[in-house]
Write a protein of this length. Sequence first.
Length: 113
Amino acid sequence: MNLFQILVLATLGVALSLDLMRLRRERTWFNLLRIAAWISIALAVSNPGLVQWFAQAIGIGRGADVLLYFCVLALVAACFFFYARYLRLEEQITELARTIAIDKARRGGGNTR
């Protein structure tokens, strides 16, 4: 095991332990997903041959290519997820502003400056 693997595995160990403590307080699918990601990354770093084997098993030549494809797909999925969340937040803010404006208008409370 080289220095890079030791440093990365130590960092992943800290991240994993923090997420495990968080998981005890609140069990959500996102926490479970993060824990699965940390474990997967630790396996890939500690045993790079495993990634190469997986790549060849699914018909891709190199393990690095599998990681690249996975990262690109994850990035695109995250972009879509956060964009949809942004749109929902915009709608909620608009609805809240309308509700406040209508409430102020009903009470006759125009400008409060």
